[in-house]
Design a protein around this ligand. Structure first.
Ligand code: ZN
Length: 649
């Protein structure tokens, strides 16, 4: 195939033309192209608005591309946020079906030159992957692409609660590059929600989102903001939910407000509408009850179901917003407590969406599996809103999922099949907790890419990641490593909870075959060494966790053979060793490299690492010979909600 050289040895006579000069997003796309070409080659190509016939990158909306060039562009791919690229001897044309498509097209072209963006730029020691090139060349050709899924939201960990603009900027930037098309925001419960929006506005976050043409979604768990305890509890206690016969606040241990009270609903709708009108950047107004609160404990509410009551409440809101803010989509939750069961009688308004969430799902398979445990619930919700359903995905949540994340390829493939078959229209990637940002970013990348380009092969994406991020030699090794974690999907769960001898053997082999050789392969390269060391550190943590399981197995063995003295002695050693494991997890967290969240260690993680000791002690004291808990099955889903776990720690 003929190649086209744009610049060589710091020289170029090419320029960039933004064909859609009135579009801020297209201007940004042209600037991104200019900025990265400079980083790649050292050449600064001018951005012009005067048409040139030759040696030009044409960037813009398809309809704005001059007719002579437009005829070279392939027909649009069917779907959303699409773009087409044509590279011929005279020019390179990036034509977006919409503004986002233009920016995706620029990133696609830059990726063909070796650029990669796998992580938010939160760590100055780990820069983005931008090779230095003597020449920038492209093969001639044409292609076009689009996603069948119109809503692809990234709920990055920095878009939770407190507002830290510098991290939010890096996370929204990498989300767009991974082909998400919107940012989702979870507001804080401690200050007025409108103030939080304006803080993001002042900090320039809203501008950064809009500059990329991204959707803005939120504020998620927020019912309590639109009917505040402080404003109404004293004057209207009957508007609030009941617990044990008493009206209570919307806080942990309290209740959702009284959804059957028409006056409460009216005030809620007025306040919510005011918020929407005050927040013009909001594209999807998603609001749901405060996290962890039950609903429907008063006699009136008990006549209906939580879902029917919520559909009634949101229906009244939809009717208002249809008049006052018709552009805005309205969304609430389903599947997630306390609105787990689908509605029985209420139909949703045609402008209501549902974000459906199965927290703590096991990734041994996905929604497409015939025996997926919440299939009926998912299907009923999906049908109830006529496919206007956003699937909340937790691939990037190390809170509900293993601390040392595997690439959740099996689940992603199954989920993607389900999405494509059913035709539902949204996905939502929830990233939590904040201190895991590096650990879960690979899944963020894989999911972003696979739900945009639905023909992409996930194992190939892992390989592409490994060879670009760790360098070719170490990358070959770590590609195999990650692919094994992806295939042996129960390994990551058992590393956390109950590894077996064969798991420990697998970890030892992985170290010997892939980890140690990868470390050796990048010796002397500071950036690659730093990256490979992150993998090695997490692998080391996995080994440590499973060593504690090995002790537990051995103690069980002693008890089974009736040797309670040996069991008792080893248990004392295990108490010391598990302290060391906790200490090790603390050290990994304190590296502050996005591997483990420091706040999680003292509560959640420690409880898991040391939780078995007491039961084992009891079993020894009672001279019990069966297994204490070593063979407990891995739960299919966790029954505790995040807020409840948070409260317990
Ligand atoms: Zn009630």
């Amino acid at each position: 195939m003929p190649t086209l050289t744009v610049c060589r040895n710091l020289h170029s006579n090419w320029s960039i033309l933004n064909a859609s000069s009135d579009s801020e997003v297209c201007r940004f796309a042209a600037e991104e192209l200019q900025r990265y070409l400079k980083l790649l080659s050292g050449c600064l190509l001018p951005i012009q608005d005067k048409l040139r016939e030759e040696d030009v990158f044409l960037v813009g909306l398809r309809r704005d591309i001059p007719a002579t060039d437009r005829q070279n562009i392939p027909v649009p791919a069917e779907g959303f946020d699409g773009y087409a690229i044509s590279i011929n001897e005279r020019s390179i044309c990036i034509a977006g079906d919409n503004e986002r498509g233009v920016l995706y097209g620029v990133y696609d072209l830059l990726e063909r030159l070796g650029c990669r963006w796998f992580y938010p730029m939160q760590d100055p020691k780990d820069p983005e992957v931008v090779p230095k090139l003597d020449a920038v060349s492209f093969e001639t050709g044409t292609w076009s692409i689009a996603s069948p899924i119109p809503i692809r939201l990234c709920n990055a960990s920095s878009f939770f609660f407190e507002i830290v603009p510098e991290i939010m900027r890096t996370q929204l930037d990498v989300a767009m590059k991974a082909r998400y098309n919107g940012m989702a925001w979870q507001c804080d419960h401690r200050s007025p929600v409108g103030d939080q929006y304006r803080e993001m506005e002042r900090a320039g976050i809203i501008d950064e989102i809009k500059k990329r043409g991204m959707l803005f979604h939120g504020p998620a768990h927020s019912f309590q903001h639109f009917l505040r305890d402080d404003d109404y509890f004293e004057s209207h206690p009957e508007w609030f939910g009941m617990r044990d016969g008493k009206r209570v606040h919307q806080v942990y241990g309290g209740s959702q407000f009284c959804w059957s009270n028409s006056q409460a609903r009216r005030q809620f709708v007025l306040n919510a509408e005011r918020f929407v009108l005050d927040c013009p950047a909001l594209d999807i107004f998603c609001t749901l009850g405060f996290d962890g609160g039950p609903a429907r404990d008063c006699p009136e509410c008990r006549k209906s179901t939580p879902a029917d009551l919520v559909f009634q409440l949101l229906g009244e809101l939809c009717d208002r917003l249809k008049e006052s803010a018709p552009r805005v989509m309205v969304e609430t939750s389903g599947g997630y407590n306390p609105v787990h069961e689908p509605p029985q009688t209420m139909s949703p308004r045609d402008n209501l969406r549902v974000v459906w969430a199965h927290w703590g799902r096991n990734y041994s398979d996905g929604y497409d599996a015939p025996d997926y445990c919440w299939k009926d619930n998912l299907e009923l919700w999906r049908k109830s809103v006529n496919n206007r359903l956003t699937l909340c995905q937790y691939y990037t949540d190390n809170f509900a999922s293993p601390w040392i994340a595997a690439p959740y390829v099996i689940a992603m493939e199954s989920d993607r099949r389900y999405v494509l078959k059913s035709g539902l229209d949204g996905i939502y990637m929830l990233m939590w907790a904040k201190g895991y940002w590096w650990n879960h970013a690979l899944n963020h990348h894989l999911a972003g890419r696979c739900f945009y380009d639905v023909s992409s092969n996930l194992m190939e994406l892992i390989h592409d990641y490994a060879v670009h991020y760790f360098g070719s030699e170490a990358g070959q090794l770590l590609s195999a490593y990650y692919q094994q974690w992806a295939t042996e999907i129960q390994l990551c769960y058992r590393v956390k909870d109950n590894s077996r001898p064969e798991d420990r053997e697998m970890l030892a082999q992985q170290r010997q075959k892939w980890i140690d050789p990868a470390v050796a392969a990048v010796k002397g390269d500071p950036v690659l060494s730093y990256r490979v060391a992150k993998v090695a550190t997490l692998h080391g943590a996995a080994e440590k966790l499973t060593q504690a399981h090995a002790m537990r197995d051995k103690i069980d063995g002693y008890r089974a053979s009736g040797d309670f003295d040996a069991a008792r002695k080893l248990l004392e050693e295990a108490k010391v060793f598990t302290d060391e494991v906790v200490q090790h997890m603390t050290c990994v967290a304190e590296l502050n490299q996005g591997l483990i969240d420091a706040k999680e260690v003292p509560g959640f993680i420690t409880a898991n690492i040391k939780g078995w000791l007491e039961k084992e002690q009891e079993a020894i004291d009672k001279r019990f010979v069966g297994s204490s808990l070593g063979s407990e099955p891995i739960p299919d889903s966790m029954t505790t909600l995040p807020a409840e776990v948070m409260e317990q720690r």
